[in-house]
Design a binder for this molecule. Structure first.
Ligand code: NAG
Ligand code: NAG
Ligand code: NAG
Ligand code: NAG
Ligand code: NAG
Ligand code: NAG
Ligand code: NAG
Ligand code: NAG
Ligand code: NAG
Ligand code: NAG
Length: 409
């Protein structure tokens, strides 16, 4: 299953789905994504200044909304608007009494979710905001995946599930990096803390690693993007040390939970897959320059050939999920408005929803749609389409889309 294998696409008709074309574009885009991440350090100072300014503005807006919403609480106790004015509750003190939005349908296997303000060093998330997110998300799905454990997000999400009393299962996440052992150990400790506080009833597993192998090969691969190579195995050994440590940490507190990893769809190393209960694969037709008309079928084909079949060939046969798939709706610059054949737009997100969601449910594909809402920090750090993948805008207003209606547990 080398990453440059094109075996999966030879039967497909579109030039975007054929031969090494989509593969190389996919890889190229993935690499440019990860190269940008090196710029994080450079842009961090600028970002910090902007974030502080944005935080002040948002804080002012929210506190205004909050005060106006508290006063809108009706005398007969009919409904009152929740913490940031998006979700109503019949009892302002009981988050489980939220009022459902008829436009939202429980049609998604899962959703990718990061609470706003969950990046170090600023943080800035809050239980009120996470409760409101969970009130909305629970109307769309019973499963979410988190990417990391910084800024107390594991506990906040589990507390929000408790208070909203919704049927929600979480894949907790640890965003470890090759160059900073503390990043792993701090997040591990937060995950263990959260499990000890909340128990495992609402936890499906712990995902160690987000694009760890992609980033490792980009930084140290010396031009190779093949995960099953000597250099790939060096990265795999680092990732595996954290995966094994997570298993031991869970077992030390007497807890049995699945441990997995997530990565770009063509970056799974066999030694890592042999060490996990599940793998989660990012499969992005947008970054592979696939046209919107082909996007849903391409996603299924890529996932089956690059991920499911690869995992099934291993003796432990780890379960595979699509970790991320979706379609962006906007770009911060004209240059990234199109992926070649198609544009980033709400009508195209609608097409992807209409052609992927119910069909994937029907096909039994376990996926996390990317993503709950637009992430402002990504817009600031990365630009392009990165901040525009949500079903909701950053302010939790539903985009101009119709959620497909095909109930799934
Ligand atoms: C919340 O309640 C207010 C006042 O009853 C109403 O105007 C508004 O549409 C409601 N919002 C939602 C999302 O239900
Ligand atoms: C983390 O969140 C939980 C749930 O809201 C809260 O009880 C706890 O105090 C928080 N911890 C920190 C360090 O903020
Ligand atoms: C976690 O992985 C990092 C490198 O990615 C390594 O430096 C560290 O020792 C590992 N920690 C544990 C406890 O496995
Ligand atoms: C390593 O990670 C920790 C925790 O995430 C962070 O506080 C620290 O600044 C990081 N160190 C470097 C050198 O990036
Ligand atoms: C569902 O399965 C059918 C039949 O294999 C396939 O043609 C289609 O592309 C799949 N769609 C999705 C979204 O998985
Ligand atoms: C789309 O992106 C442009 C450029 O960043 C921005 O000005 C505009 O507000 C965005 N529109 C929406 C609906 O997010
Ligand atoms: C994919 O599309 C983008 C946007 O049009 C373009 O910049 C990029 O060069 C394309 N990739 C390849 C390999 O053609
Ligand atoms: C935006 O486009 C430029 C040039 O085509 C590219 O280098 C950059 O990676 C793109 N950014 C995003 C976020 O896609
Ligand atoms: C939410 O954000 C969108 C996109 O920026 C904007 O069009 C909309 O007016 C905002 N809604 C509210 C209620 O602020
Ligand atoms: C809760 O969600 C799970 C999926 O995570 C589903 O299997 C189960 O049937 C749901 N339970 C209820 C009571 O809806």
């Amino acid at each position: 299953m080398p990453a440059d294998s094109n075996g999966g696409y030879t039967n497909m008709e579109s030039p975007y789905n054929n031969s090494a074309y989509s593969q190389s574009q996919w890889l190229e885009k993935q690499q440019s994504r990860s190269k940008r991440s090196r710029c994080i350090v450079v842009t961090a100072l600028i970002g910090l200044v902007i974030l502080v300014a944005a935080g002040v503005i948002v804080g002012v807006l929210l506190s205004r909304k909050h005060s106006s919403s508290s006063s809108s609480s009706s005398a007969n106790g009919a409904t009152t608007v929740g913490p940031s004015g998006v979700v109503n509750q019949t009892n302002p003190n009981d988050p489980s009494t939220f009022v459902r939005d008829a436009r939202l349908k429980h049609s998604f296997y899962g959703l990718a979710y990061t609470p706003a303000g969950s990046q170090l060093p600023e943080c800035g998330n809050s239980l009120d905001q996470v409760i409101e997110d969970i009130q909305l998300i629970s109307q769309l799905t019973s499963r979410i995946r988190l990417y990391g454990a910084d800024c107390n997000q594991s506990a906040l999400v589990l507390e929000a599930i408790k208070q909203t009393k919704v049927n929600m299962t979480v894949f907790l996440g640890i965003y470890n990096v090759p160059t900073n052992a503390t990043a792993y150990s701090e997040q591990r400790d937060k995950v263990i803390d959260a499990i000890q506080t909340y128990g495992t009833d609402h936890i499906a597993g712990v995902t160690v690693g987000n694009e760890f192998m992609l980033n490792y090969l980009d930084a140290y691969g010396g031009g190779t993007d093949t995960p099953n190579s000597a250099i790939g195995n060096q990265g795999a050994a680092l990732l595996n040390s954290n995966i094994t440590d997570m298993r031991n940490s869970l077992s030390n507190i007497g807890v049995s939970l699945q441990v997995g990893t997530s990565d770009a769809g063509s970056y799974f190393n066999n030694e890592v897959l042999a060490n996990v209960d599940y793998g989660m694969a990012n499969v992005h037709p947008w970054f592979a320059n696939v046209s919107i008309d082909q996007a849903a079928a391409w996603t299924n084909e890529f996932f089956q050939t690059q991920d499911v079949q690869v995992a099934q060939a291993l003796s432990n046969s780890p379960k595979m999920y699509i970790a991320e798939t979706g379609w962006p709706t906007n770009s911060s610059d004209v240059g990234n408005e199109s992926n070649g054949p198609s544009t980033a737009s709400e009508p195209n997100l609608q097409t992807f929803l209409d052609t992927f969601v119910c069909q994937a449910n029907q096909n039994g594909t376990d996926y996390f749609f990317f993503e709950f809402f637009d992430e402002t920090w990504k817009l600031i750090q990365f630009g392009g389409v990165e901040g525009y993948w949500g079903l909701f805008y950053a302010n939790k207003t539903l985009k101009d889309i119709t959620i497909p209606d095909c109930e799934i547990d």
